[in-house]
Design a binder for this molecule. Structure first.
Ligand SMILES: Nc1ncnc2c1ncn2[C@@H]1O[C@H](COP(=O)(O)OP(=O)(O)OP(=O)(O)O)[C@@H](O)[C@H]1O
Length: 231
């Protein structure tokens, strides 16, 4: 076991193309239970970094350790499994399945993550409980996600990321579609949930005003050597 949820060492990545964008990150770590806000200009590689952490792209060199396992050294199938077990992801556009109910969407990650599944004795009850904790209306679990407001859809995306208590939550600009009041409410519920389970959080934003809530703020420009693409 390790108390470091995420540890990146000496990572380099270049998007394909003759003069593509490239990124070198000597070191980045997130401790168990730590919340980190990642700031950076548009095009500085924040989403690229999250993709490296989730293992959806592989670095040209270096180590990306999730709860002690270097995901660059395992097979694609094993990497998919580690992602499903260890990481809850909240995207900018939430990526909910339009044809599924709220319940279907929240339970989806458990299908690919037996350990995460085992942490919840009754998955449907747990999903309903998360909806309640996140302030969604009673009975919402049967609704189609397309029938929900943007703020409600986002809470469903949070419930999907949190179910089964993955040790790491990755969030890519999750507040960008919300007005100021909804942003505050969203962050309140997210932080309450991660505090309860000692979950690590790495959130990307453009907005430095969010920083007061986090244990640590890091800037892309400080942790990475960035070479921008030549047009
Ligand atoms: N799929 C891709 N194929 C090739 N190059 C890409 C791809 N995705 C991103 N890039 C390159 O990586 C650079 C950084 O993009 P990235 O989305 O990681 O930045 P970002 O900091 O998240 O930006 P934003 O804040 O605007 O979302 C882009 O300018 C682009 O040149």
């Amino acid at each position: 076991m390790t108390d470091t949820t995420l540890e990146i060492t000496d990572v380099a990545y270049r998007w394909p193309g003759r003069a593509g964008f490239s990124l070198v990150i000597p070191r980045l770590s997130v401790a168990q239970g730590e919340s980190v806000l990642l700031l950076g200009e548009s095009g500085s590689g924040k989403t690229t970094l999250l993709s490296l952490i989730c293992g959806t792209i592989l670095p040209d060199r270096g180590r990306v350790c999730i709860s002690g396992t270097d995901i660059t050294t395992v097979s694609g199938g094993a990497r998919d499994k580690i992602r499903a077990e260890q990481i809850g992801v909240i995207f900018q556009q939430f990526n909910l399945l339009p044809f599924g109910s709220v319940m279907d969407n929240i339970l989806l990650p458990l299908r690919f993550a037996p350990t995460r599944r085992k942490r919840v004795s009754d998955a449907q009850a747990e999903a309903s409980q998360l909806c309640y904790a996140l302030g969604l209306p009673a009975g919402v679990t049967d609704a189609k996600t397309t029938a929900l407001s943007v703020g409600q859809q986002q809470r469903v995306a949070v419930a999907r990321a949190l179910i089964g208590q993955p040790p790491l939550i990755i969030a890519d600009e999750p507040t960008s579609a919300l007005d100021a009041n909804s942003q505050t409410a969203f962050l309140d519920v997210l932080f309450a949930q991660i505090a309860t389970h000692n979950t690590s959080l790495l959130m990307v934003s453009h907005d430095p005003r969010l920083g007061a809530r986090f244990d640590r703020i890091i800037r892309m420009e400080d942790i990475a050597q960035i070479k921008r693409a030549v047009a």
